[in-house]
Ligand binder design. Structure first.
Ligand code: NAP
Length: 270
């Protein structure tokens, strides 16, 4: 196995839990990969989506060599035909989808967002794609009056840090909380899981102490068993969210230090 994401425990399942059909985007690395490992170990049926075909196929085979309980569907979540093909493949293999986890995400990794050739891709992947996938999956969930939607937000959706990335995660948070209210009284639940910094490809250049992505994977698996509107993980980030809300000047100070660290080794021009 490849992984900075913990042991794969294929075959070690918890048969007492109800096995759900779960579509998981961004499964080829980081939080998505760790979540796939965790959910497979809990006995769920998985449809793994991301663009990197080899990583995705390898992970699916590691989790389920039979190809019965875990399948890989190469997907670009920003492409409408690809999104439709993903949900069609899931339905064809497993039948109705119980859970949609919108985890795929990107940020502007190098330099300032305004110097990037296409900063709006961050909004397309992190915000538009979850909305469009939900729009495709929701009618069937509403018909059955059952389903779960889990969106992976960020502490950067509560504490403003990086312009377009925070825009995408503030947007996803607002969308998730509102959708949850719109669906109250139906059998469809909506949860937002908001991680702080955790180790992944996205944070590979960050010089901060960080836990592994498994902490987020556990939080996601837990909201599937006990749906909640919003979960911050690791929990101590909630104190930072509160501090930033009550004392924005302290938030300014801390975020300025994070930004300085981020740009310390790049050719910043402003
Ligand atoms: N790591 C952190 O500290 C942190 C903190 C807060 C929130 N988050 C959020 O957690 C989620 C996962 O990020 P991560 O940290 O695990 O980063 P990561 O290791 O870079 O994983 C990102 C995943 O998104 C997929 N992806 C990107 N663009 C895609 C597209 N157009 N179509 C389909 N899949 C796409 C990538 O797969 P392919 O490249 O194979 O397509 C990859 O599987 C993101 O939503 C991120 O914003 C992360």
């Amino acid at each position: 196995m490849t992984a900075n994401t913990g042991q794969i425990r294929a075959g070690q399942t918890h048969p007492a839990r109800k096995s759900k059909v779960i579509v998981l985007t961004g499964a080829s690395s980081g939080i998505g990969r760790a979540t796939a490992v965790e959910l497979a170990a809990r006995g769920h049926k998985l449809v793994l989506a991301a663009r990197r075909v080899d990583e995705l196929g390898l992970l699916a085979r590691q989790l389920d060599p039979t190809g019965v309980r875990v399948i890989a569907v190469p997907t670009d979540v920003t492409d409408d035909a690809s999104r439709r093909a993903l949900l069609a493949a899931a339905a064809a293999h497993f039948g109705p989808i119980d859970v949609l986890i919108n985890n795929a995400g990107v940020t502007v990794e190098q330099g300032w967002w305004w110097d990037d050739a296409d900063p709006l891709r961050v909004l397309r992947v992190n915000l538009e794609s979850p909305i469009e996938l939900i729009r495709l999956a929701l009618p069937e969930m509403r018909r059955r009056d059952a389903g779960q939607i889990v969106n992976i937000g960020s502490v950067a959706g509560r504490v403003a840090t990086n312009g377009v990335y925070s825009a995408s995660k503030y947007g996803l948070r607002g969308f998730s909380l509102a959708l949850r209210r719109e669906l109250q009284g139906t059998g469809v639940t909506v949860s937002l899981v908001a991680p702080g910094f955790v180790k992944s490809e996205m944070t590979a250049s960050a010089r901060l102490p960080m836990p592994g992505p498994e902490v987020v994977a556990h939080a996601v698996a837990d909201v599937l068993e006990r749906p909640r509107a919003e979960v911050t993980v690791p929990k101590f980030y909630f104190a930072f969210v509160l501090l930033n809300t009550l004392f924005p000047a302290v938030g300014d100070f801390v975020v300025r230090r994070i930004i300085r660290r981020r740009y310390a080794h790049t050719s910043r021009t402003t």
